[in-house]
Ligand binder design. Structure first.
Ligand code: 2RA
Length: 330
């Protein structure tokens, strides 16, 4: 497979390279693509130094698959050009996620929707992916009525500059470059992405819309608050779920334990619960603190943690590519 990687020098792009190697994806030629200023730089893949090329050079090489993680504007401009040249694009930006004619895919949930005609496939937002991996099996069994999610999101979700800001603030560098409107160290910012309509942020709107498309179910209500915290290993989410039907806690645990890609870490007496410190570098979605919400019937509280750069972005995208290859869709 000829695989283009657009955004190869970014934080997610670097993880995509690592995941492609780890999973031994059948790459016959890797085509790293980055902004004009990075053309000519070298990246390493399978111990081989490969030169970064321009977008047009990559399109002209007609890759089978192009993995994009270079921002929405780049995706909007160049994903259609790759697709027109016959390449199947898997885009990690928000550019196409809610387009009616584009598929929004978490392979464990809805990969079977994919067809050879899907030339631009959207990779969901990181905080969405970990949420729906848990909601999907529970929705099938008990029916979702209302979901309230509060996130505690890693600075890695904003990119390298945000990680640099945090580390500079920790080391007391008064001149640290500011990515966020305030200091992030010793702080929590209820401000992920930009504010849109109704004083919700775009991150919260993604969390309130993408899950319904992925689950193929808009019968339930969903509200979200997204918060940035000085963490690097992954995103955490506190989730309150009201079901249409009652449930048994042990049955909840069993269902989640048997869900591919989900790992239950839930033994509070022994201080076992999901944490970004543990999730960092792993592909599983970890769930714990599973307990009944006694304030109302048929309602559950739980805690979900996942590495937002891996299952939240790079691994999910590569899993989509694996599905395309396995089903001969590319
Ligand atoms: C964030 N989910 O965490 C967004 C984009 N990666 O900032």
């Amino acid at each position: 497979m000829k695989v283009a990687l657009v955004g190869a020098t970014g934080m997610v792009g670097e993880v995509m390279l690592k995941v492609l190697e780890e999973r031994n994806f059948p790459v016959t030629k890797l085509i790293p693509v980055a902004s004009e200023k990075s053309v000519g730089k070298t990246i390493f893949f399978k111990n081989e130094a490969i030169e970064v090329v321009s977008m047009q050079e990559a399109i002209d090489m007609q890759p089978h698959i192009a993995l994009f993680s270079a921002g929405g504007n780049t995706s909007l401009e160049f994903a259609p050009k790759f697709a027109a040249a016959g390449t199947t694009v898997i885009d990690n930006s928000s550019a196409f996620r809610m387009d009616a004619d584009k598929k929004l895919v978490v392979p464990e949930i809805n990969a079977e929707e994919l067809t050879p005609e899907d030339k631009i496939i959207a990779n969901p937002n990181c905080s969405t992916i970990q949420l729906v991996m848990v909601l999907h099996p529970l929705n099938k069994k008990f029916g979702l009525k209302r979901v309230v999610v509060s996130t505690y999101q890693s600075v890695t979700g904003t990119g390298k500059n945000a990680v640099d800001q945090l580390n500079a603030e920790i080391s007391g560098d008064a001149d640290a470059a500011k990515v966020y409107p305030y200091e992030i160290f010793k702080n929590a910012l209820p401000h992920c992405d930009v504010f849109a309509e109704d004083d919700y942020t775009k991150e919260e709107i993604k969390l309130m819309t993408e899950p319904k498309k992925i689950l193929g179910d808009d019968s339930f209500n969903l509200t979200a608050t997204a918060v940035r915290v000085p963490v690097q290993g992954g995103h955490s989410e506190s989730v309150n779920i009201e079901f249409e039907n009652d449930f048994d806690i042990d049955e909840i645990r069993n269902i989640l334990s048997e869900t591919p890609g989900v790992t239950v870490l839930d033994d509070v007496q022994n201080k076992i619960y999901p944490m970004p410190l543990y999730a960092d570098g792993k592909d599983e979605v970890f769930v714990g603190r599973i307990r009944r919400d006694r304030s109302q019937p048929n309602t559950l509280n739980l805690w979900i943690v996942a590495d937002n750069l891996r299952k939240g972005a790079a691994t999910n995208a590569v899993q989509i590519a694996e599905y395309l290859v396995k089903q001969d869709l590319v």
